[in-house]
Ligand binder design. Structure first.
Ligand code: ADE
Length: 227
C-alpha cells in the first residue's frame, strides 16, 4: 500500500510515522508513506498556498493551483484508488471504513487548513471525504495521521499474531475485554482467577462475556455492528 499525504505543514506528520508499528510497517516494505509539502507546488512568487475567500467571508482558503498540481503530478506516476479529503463534513471514520480502505493499493490524503480548500478541489479531484469525529481540528494533519494509522495496522503482515487486529475493539462489533499482566496480586488487587487457570476455552468464554458486558454498558449502539 502507498499513502501520499498532501499538506502545507509537513513537519506535523514527521513523528506519527517514525515509530513503533507504523515505522515497522514501512521498514518491512508493506506500506510506503510519502508526505508532500504543498508549498513545493505553489505557483506564486511568495509560494502562497492560501488566499482570501471570494464573497468577503472571513478566513483564508487553500488555493486550487498548488493542490491540483500536486495531485496531477502524483497521478502521472501511478493510479490512485481514492483521493481523500480530511474534513469535519466527511463520512465518519469507523472500523468498517478502515477495513475497507486497508484493501486499497494507493491513496492520496489531502489535509485542509484555514477555512478549507477551494470547493473546486472537492468537486473535481477528491473522491471521498472523511471526518474523524464531530469536532473541528485546526487542520487535517492530525486527522490524516489517525486515518493512516488505523488503516496501516490492518494491512496484512503489519501486526504480528500477538497484536492481531482481529481482537481489537469494534472489529467484531464488541469492545475489547479487560486485560492484565504481572504481578497476579498487586497489594491485594488480584487478576481474575480464570485467566491463570490455563483453560483456553474457559478463558475465551470469560473474555467474550466481559466484552459483551462492557459493550452493553458503555456502547450499546455498536452491538452487532461488525462489518
Ligand atoms: N479537519 C478539521 N476537523 C476535522 C475532523 N474532525 N476530521 C477530519 N478532518 C478535520
Amino acid at each position: 500500500m502507498r499513502i501520499d499525504i498532501i499538506t502545507c505543514l509537513p513537519a506535523l506528520l514527521e513523528s506519527p510515522f517514525a515509530h513503533s508499528i507504523l515505522q515497522r510497517a514501512q521498514n518491512k516494505g508493506l506500506v510506503e508513506v510519502v508526505v508532500h509539502d504543498l508549498r513545493a507546488y505553489a505557483t506564486t512568487k511568495h509560494k502562497n498556498v492560501d488566499d482570501y475567500a471570494y464573497g468577503g467571508t472571513a478566513g483564508m482558503v487553500m488555493m486550487i493551483e498548488p493542490i491540483a498540481r500536486c495531485i496531477d503530478a502524483l497521478k502521472q506516476q501511478r493510479s490512485y484508488n481514492e483521493v481523500i479529503y480530511m474534513s469535519p463534513d466527511g463520512q465518519l471514520l469507523t472500523q468498517g471504513v478502515a477495513n475497507e480502505l486497508s484493501l486499497l493499493q494507493n491513496m492520496i490524503i489531502l489535509c485542509g487548513h484555514y477555512k478549507g480548500v477551494d470547493e473546486r478541489i472537492r468537486e473535481h479531484f477528491v473522491t471521498r471525504e472523511i471526518s474523524i469525529g464531530d469536532y473541528v481540528l485546526s487542520g487535517g494533519e492530525l486527522a490524516a495521521a489517525v486515518l493512516a494509522d488505523t488503516v496501516i495496522r490492518l494491512v496484512p503482515g503489519v501486526l504480528s499474531d500477538e497484536t492481531s487486529a482481529l481482537t481489537d475493539s469494534f472489529q467484531d462489533g464488541l469492545l475489547a475485554p479487560p486485560v492484565y499482566t504481572r504481578p497476579a496480586d498487586y497489594q491485594g488487587l488480584k487478576v481474575p482467577e480464570i485467566l491463570l487457570s490455563g483453560n483456553k476455552q474457559k478463558i475465551e468464554d470469560w473474555q467474550y462475556e466481559k466484552a459483551l458486558e462492557r459493550t452493553k454498558l458503555r456502547r450499546p449502539g455498536i452491538l452487532g455492528s461488525e462489518e
